[in-house]
Design a protein around this ligand. Structure first.
Ligand code: FPP
Length: 240
């Protein structure tokens, strides 16, 4: 099957990506790790644009995990600075392309200026609906589930919610991804074949695609290969 032969309904509505391999890409190309992350951030723009053109609706990328704080202080501050520059640079573009930007994860540990910038970009793009770009920053899936459970427990404790009425839908509406459809396809680059605490609730029924290609080398052609693989799979699970 060739990408060009796919019909619009074979394009995944929501693609989630674990951006992995920036460091190894840098090393193999004789560059600094920082340059790897910069190339990785640039590639988010490329893949975001390609998915928008293909007719997909959502791209969610894992840009910083709750585990990433263990990296050197230099690398953490570089990644935070990169996120800031990315949001400043891309806000106008996102509005022009009618893209809504969301940030999922626990923002409480982020620097106040970055948090404010994130909230501003989320607010100023909240009405846009051609495409949805979501960054997972200081995100951990179990942490997200625990935060949702706490919020539900608080409501029950205040007598605002009867625990017996909680359904999967209610629970999902307390997650950071409330209102978003679950990913159809999850891609992880650079050879690791794990989901590493990325969207554990939301990926329950998603197709998974792993490639040895490092994230900065994940071109539009690689994306097309992933989508052809996705389209060729028979999705058999209880009707979802
Ligand atoms: C994994 O590569 C990547 C990350 C920990 C961060 C991902 C971040 C970006 C692509 C840049 C930030 C994004 C935006 C849009 C501002 P790695 O460092 O784990 O690579 P390695 O496993 O080869 O060392």
């Amino acid at each position: 099957m060739r990408f060009e032969d796919l019909t619009p309904d074979q394009i995944p509505e929501h693609v989630a990506i674990i951006l992995d391999g920036n460091g190894r890409w840098a090393k193999e190309n004789g560059k600094l790790r920082q340059q790897g992350h910069k190339a990785g951030a640039d590639n988010v723009e490329t893949i975001n644009d390609a998915l928008t053109e293909m007719g997909a609706k959502y791209l969610t990328v894992y840009a910083f995990s709750t585990e990433n704080w263990k990296r050197t202080e230099d690398e953490v501050s570089y990644l935070m600075g990169l996120m800031k520059r990315y949001l400043i640079k891309n806000k106008k573009d996102a509005i022009a392309r009618r893209t809504r930007i969301r940030i999922i994860g626990d923002k409480s540990r982020l620097a106040p200026d970055l948090r404010e910038l994130m909230e501003e970009v989320e607010r100023d793009t909240a009405h846009l609906d051609r495409f949805n770009l979501t960054f997972a920053i200081n995100y951990g899936g179990r942490d997200e589930i625990v935060r949702a459970a706490k919020a539900l427990a608080r409501k029950a404790q205040n007598g605002e919610l009867d625990p017996e009425t909680i359904t999967e839908e209610t629970f999902a509406s307390y997650l950071d991804t409330a209102g978003m459809p679950d990913p159809d396809l999850m891609i992880r680059t650079s050879g690791e074949e794990r989901t590493s605490n990325f969207l554990p609730w939301q990926l329950a029924y998603s197709e998974l695609y792993f490639t040895p290609v490092y994230w900065p080398d994940f071109t539009v052609d690689e994306l097309k290969k992933a989508i052809v693989s996705y389209a060729g799979r028979q999705r058999r699970f209880g009707g979802r």
